[in-house]
Design a protein around this ligand. Sequence first.
Ligand code: PHE
Length: 490
Amino acid sequence: MARQRWASRTVFLLAAVGSAVGLGNVWRFPYLAGKYGGGAFLIPYLIALIIVGTPMLILEFVVGQKMQQGAIGSFRKLHPYAGGLGIFTMISSLVIVSYYAVVMAWSVIYFLASFGVQWSDNPKNYFNNSVLQISDGVNNLGGINWSILLCLTVVWILIYFCIWQGTKSVGKVVLYSVPLPVVLLGLLLLRAITLPGFLDGWRAYLNPVWSALVDPEVWTSAFSQIFFTLSLGFGVMITYSSYKQEDDDIARDAWSTAIINSAISLFAGFVVFGILGYMASQTDTPLKELAASGPGLAFVVFPEALSLMPLPWLFSILFFVMLLSLGIDSAFSIVEVLNGAILDQHKHLKLSVVSFWVCIAGFIAGIIYTTRAGLYFLDITDHFLTNYNLILAAIFQVILAGWIYGVEPLRRHINQVSDWRVGKWWNISIKYVIPIILTCLLATQLSKDINTPYGGYPVWALGIGWAIVLIPLMLFLLCLLNDWRRNIEV
Ligand code: PHE
């Protein structure tokens, strides 16, 4: 069967941007900027974007496009023993999408509650006790929260119908799901700048605190944010670019994706801080405190800000539709990694059937986060996945491509097909800069986690986190050994 293709280059670009632009842009980026030095945070962020993020994106694009295979197949073409890296990537993808979909399920609940602005009395209480019905600790599972499970089912049905025909259905969906949240953000921005206090919010967002630049944590956060926001390390960009023609442009698409993604993050920052500025002026809460509220930003602080506005229901609906449309194309891009890899290996299977079973697997893997201790598990999984799996996968990829396969043939391929040339600096970035920076990130995180166990969770719960890192890692090593042994026997 012929390989699936994108309908056009614009469709590919929209799909790549759709994957990159997600919850990470709207709450993670503004929250990091607020926490780590305001305008000064933009310096490490932009440096990370240019010297690490975009080169890595170019690498994922060229690998997928040149090899014309998803994660497992592409890695195997880089080196016959490297298929196991694809397994590592696939398991990580399954785990990330399983909880990303749960966050979307919360958004569905909030969308429904928007019609009556049900949280307005006490947003924090509403999130913890009405939506999550959170238990008193990770030790107490507290049974399944059926409303979240129901909304999760809805989310997975939506995801399924976005991807069931592969590039064909994804191509149609992204025409709407990528511009829609940007338009909605624009409307929210218009609302923000007509409210008192928005300028104070912008000041808190952009005012540079230069002393932040000497704090290593600011730098490590900027680098890991760039990886997360560009959907790197999970095989998404490899899979997506494998559906392009072998001689399509690479460099320009990569730069465009990276620039559009960061532009949307910056833009989202204005919206978020504008509205927080208004909230600070209405409630006398310091802005810093509001911005640094982490995951609570989208589901506690922001809903509260929305409820203070005139026509609160309208802007709440806009906000949660924005969040859902923002999240869905990131979520299904991860599912595509699994679909792509499975179909490469088993060409006789039917796309819609594979998609169905992958969605079922993602749904089942997410059930744990719908229990009353779900938030704790989500927090642990997210911590380990983004700090270890993502970074490890990226390190393995650059070693495989940069040192084992060789960067120069890849760079030559890019320059043969691209309008924009990629200079020798790219080789240096892939071979030295990225692995060194990522190893430093990994080492810093590891020493932090060993010294102070993350989030004060009990040992068994953190054990699950470590298992999420170590099980795929062990499978990778086993596959490697197996391939090697088979090769010797032949
Ligand atoms: N880039 C997405 C975001 O910013 C998250 C994501 C990570 C999506 C990894 C796919 C793969 O929200």
